[in-house]
Design a protein around this ligand. Structure first.
Ligand code: SAH
Length: 356
C-alpha cells in the first residue's frame, strides 16, 4: 500500500492499482468491481446488515410470487420439466417461500428445476442452506442457464448491475469516470464525449444514466421468453419513464454513504429505468406487462387476504408484526410506490396475474 494512501480493502486496492496503471475507469467498471466485492462478503441483508429487501420483510412477498408463478406455469400449459430461475437470490428466502407456497399446487414443484444465477460464493452457501434438501444448481451468468421453458424471477437484481453516467458540462457532454486524487482517494473525473447524442438539448449539469448490463439481461430474457415459452418477473426500485438524473447510491448500515469512498464495503445500486426495460423487452420479441407499482400489484394478488390468513388466531404481537411487514411492502410512503413490477411473456400468452 502507498504511504499516505487511505486504509482500504482489496477491492479498493485493485481499483486504485488499475487506475494508476491504465488511467481513469468508467463509473460502470467501478460499480461492477465494487458490487462483486461487496456481495462476496456474504450476508449483508436485514436489520443487522446494510439493507432489507422485500422477501426479508415478509414471507407474504415470496408466497404471492410463488402463486403468481404457479398460475403463470398453468397459462404456459404446465410444461414439465421447466426451469424455475432466480437472478440474484440473496439469502434464498424468496425461493424458499415460493417453493413452500406452491407445494400444494399439483405438479408444479415436481416440474420445477431450480436454477440460481449468482456470482457470490458466500451467498451460494447461504442459499444452499435456505433451500434445505431441495436440489438447486447455480450459474454465474444468465447465458449459462440451459434453454427450455422457464419462469424467471429477479427481485432487486437489476439495480445491482453497473450503470454508465453522462453529464452535460459547460463544454458539452462528458462521461463520469473515476480517478485518484493526490492522496490516493477516489474522485470523479469528467471525460469529454464529443459525439454524445443530445436530442433534448439538456441543460448544464444534466445527468443521463444508461446500463448496457441491464439492457443485455433484458434482451436475453425477452428473446428466451418468446422462443422457449417462458415468463419473467422483475421487481425493483426505479422510475416508470426514462428521465434524467443521478440515481447511483451507496448504502451501509441502513444509511446513505459516499459512492466512491469505500468500494466493496457499501451496497451500490442505481434506480432501474423501467421505461427503457419495457422498450428493450418489446424490441426483443416479448409481450410486456406493466410496469405497475409494487403496492398495486401485491394488492391485486391478494396480499391482504393472504396476510389475514396468516394472522388468523395469532397473538396481538404476531398480528402487528405481520401487518407492519405488509404495510411496508404495499404503502406508497414505504416501498409500495417506489418499487415497480414488470413481466414478460411469449407474445400470445394471457396477461399474468396482477397485470390485467
Ligand atoms: N433478491 C435478493 C437479493 C438482492 S441483492 C433479495 O431480494 O433479498 C442482489 C443479489 O444479486 C445478490 O444475491 C448478489 O450477489 C446478486 N448479484 C449482483 N450482481 C450480480 C451479477 N452481475 N450476476 C449475478 N448475481 C449478481
Amino acid at each position: 500500500m502507498n504511504a499516505g494512501a487511505p486504509d482500504r480493502n482489496l477491492c479498493a486496492e485493485m481499483l486504485a492499482t488499475q487506475i494508476r496503471r491504465h488511467g481513469p475507469i468508467t463509473m460502470a467498471d467501478f460499480m461492477e468491481a465494487a458490487v462483486d466485492a461487496y456481495y462476496a462478503k456474504g450476508d449483508v441483508f436485514g436489520t443487522h446488515g446494510d439493507f432489507t429487501t422485500a422477501p426479508e420483510i415478509s414471507q407474504v412477498f415470496g408466497e404471492l410470487i410463488g402463486l403468481w408463478a404457479a398460475v403463470t406455469w398453468q397459462h404456459m400449459g404446465a410444461p414439465t420439466p421447466f426451469y424455475l430461475v432466480e437472478c440474484g437470490p440473496g439469502r434464498g428466502t424468496l425461493m424458499s417461500d415460493v417453493l413452500r407456497a406452491t407445494s400444494q399446487v399439483e405438479g408444479f414443484s415436481e416440474a420445477a428445476d431450480v436454477r440460481f444465477v449468482e456470482r457470490s460464493a458466500s451467498l451460494k452457501a447461504i442459499q444452499r442452506k435456505a433451500l434445505g434438501e431441495r436440489p438447486v444448481q447455480w450459474h454465474e451468468t444468465l447465458e449459462d442457464v440451459p434453454a427450455g421453458p422457464f419462469i424467471l424471477i429477479g427481485n432487486e437484481f437489476l439495480d445491482a448491475l453497473p450503470v454508465r453516467q453522462f453529464e452535460k458540462t459547460a463544454k458539452g457532454w462528458s462521461e463520469r469516470c473515476v480517478t485518484l486524487d493526490d492522496n490516493g482517494a477516489f474522485k470523479l473525473l469528467r471525460r469529454p464525449v464529443p459525439n454524445f447524442p443530445d436530442p433534448t438539448e439538456a441543460a448544464k449539469g444534466a445527468i443521463v444514466e444508461v446500463s448496457p448490463a441491464v439492457d443485455a439481461v433484458i434482451e436475453q430474457v425477452a428473446a428466451a421468453v418468446a422462443r422457449y415459452n417462458g415468463a419473467a418477473l422483475f421487481i425493483d426500485y426505479g422510475h416508470m419513464q426514462s428521465g434524467m438524473g443521478d440515481t447511483l447510491q451507496a448504502v451501509k448500515d441502513h444509511q446513505f454513504a459516499d459512492v466512491l469512498a469505500m468500494p466493496g464495503e457499501v451496497d451500490l445500486t442505481a434506480h432501474v429505468d423501467f421505461g427503457r426495460v419495457a422498450q428493450v423487452a418489446a424490441a426483443g420479441g416479448a409481450k410486456v406487462h406493466g410496469p405497475v407499482e409494487q403496492g398495486t400489484w401485491l394488492t391485486k394478488l391478494g396480499v391482504h387476504l393472504r396476510a389475514a390468513r396468516l394472522t388468523d388466531g395469532k397473538s396481538a404481537e404476531v398480528v402487528a408484526s405481520i401487518d407492519a411487514g405488509v404495510s411496508r411492502l404495499v404503502n406508497g410512503d414505504a416501498m409500495g410506490a417506489l418499487f415497480k413490477v414488470i413481466a414478460f411473456t411469449a407474445p400470445h400468452a394471457p396477461a399474468p396475474e396482477g397485470f390485467a
